[in-house]
Design a protein. Sequence first.
Length: 199
Amino acid sequence: MDLLIGTSNAGKLHEFEVMLASLPLRLLSLKDVGLGDVEVEENATTLEDNARLKAEAYAKASGYQTLADDTGLYVDALDGAPGIYPARYGGPGLTMAQRRQKLLGELVGVADEQRMAAFACVIALAEPGKSDITIVKGVCKGRIAQAESDGGRGFGYDPVFIPEGYTQSFSDIGEDEKNRISHRGRAAALIVPILGERI
């Protein structure tokens, strides 16, 4: 079965390839179906609604069953910021490295025990021509590191997020372990049996 992954983020696409590897699926990227330049405006106020918007729009435009996700990062000491807009944190035009440095800068002088944070990922699964959207959610609690890791793996905020029960960031713990415990990994684990029923 073909499944469109509604993202242009190569790191995210690779994670889904690994996390859905147990299923007989051919994963397609937006570029594969000619939608590489199409961006869905994420103007909703919840992760669930933003994921739904993307899944519905890409399923309609492509004709393929589509999986899309939306991720939030909630930092207690920053009153929940960046929240549902981690990729926009700090304003337009910044690289992800600059957004991470902005986050670390906001937490200068904040002790480890006050740097608690949580990642949340919502996955939406849409079928063309059908209004029923499947929604699942995964959460990973942890804290923001004092400094960015140079582990070199991962993407986004991985170098500064230390999951609960670990002393290393997502960038340092290895792909398999990260996919097992991460917010996206936990959401994917919930969507796998649902996809399995549709094959």
